[in-house]
Design a protein. Structure first.
Length: 260
């Protein structure tokens, strides 16, 4: 990783925040930037900004995020009817400190969390939000799945070929919510028809995944290890190095690439 470029984009982000009256307090042990906004402290992981800047050299996303935080910040509506259309499922790896977050284990390395999406940033949902909204975790989960289905209808499912073997992925403007689409009912049903059950996938980063047919399992397992490791280590939002198996009923891991 280019340390000078990393420092540059973080400085640009900090300066953009300051131009909107927001100050970076410090960075915590997990690498989250703590940003003061009025009486609130926003907790932001700028890892994806760094990754995108290293790839493109474009500082626009950093400035856009700073503006969105200034406008929306971490304010979550107190009323469930106002909040529910922006609730989604997201994913974190097993090293994340889940603390009071509402979360569901998926595999040994991966768990689903719930977020409120606002202005391009995400606020993790805890039991405090459920108490305020006067709902239970099942209602939250059902709404997150419903929102994922709506987002899937606005996204496109595409394929790329590697030696005539098909890799499936999703194009969506909501890059941070790709995991929600991967685990949505609609995507799973479509892949069941297109690829058959079980089908398999890799999900190394919150904004990156591929799925493929069982007939191509050995082929892709032998070729995707480098991609998995690179994406997992480069992102600020790592998911899992596991190879995921999707059946009609559940998701399991059949193995994992080792990170040296």
């Amino acid at each position: 990783m280019d340390n000078q470029k990393t420092e540059n984009i973080l400085n640009i982000f900090s300066e953009a925040l300051a131009s909107h009256g927001l100050n970076v307090l410090n960075t915590d042990e997990q690498g989250f930037m703590l940003i003061q906004k009025g009486e609130d402290t926003l907790k932001i992981n700028a890892g994806n900004l760094v990754k995108e800047y290293l790839q493109t050299g474009d500082d626009t996303p950093a400035k856009t995020l700073a503006a969105a935080l200034a406008e929306h910040g971490a304010e979550v509506p107190q009323n469930w009817e106002k909040a529910k259309e922006s609730v989604y499922m997201s994913f974190q790896n097993h090293e994340f400190d889940f603390s009071t977050l509402i979360h569901i284990p998926v595999t040994a390395m991966l768990a689903a969390v719930f977020v409120y999406e606002t202005g391009g940033s995400q606020v993790y949902i805890t039991q405090n939000e459920l108490d305020t909204w006067k709902i239970d975790s099942e209602t939250l989960r059902d709404q997150a799945f419903a929102n994922a289905e709506a987002l899937l209808r606005q996204s496109s499912i595409n394929a790329t070929a590697v030696e005539d073997r098909e890799l499936i992925y999703i194009d969506t403007e909501a890059h941070a919510l790709k995991g929600a689409l991967l685990f949505s009912y609609g995507f799973k049903e479509q892949m069941g028809v297109q690829l058959g059950y079980p089908f398999y996938g890799i999900f190394p980063a919150r904004d990156f995944f591929y799925v493929f047919a069982e007939a191509n399992l050995d082929f892709f397992c032998n070729r995707l290890g480098g991609v998995v490791k690179e994406e997992y280590l480069a992102t600020g939002y790592p998911a899992t190095t596991e190879i995921l198996k999707f059946t009609q009923d559940d998701v399991t891991a059949i193995g994992a690439y080792e990170i040296e």
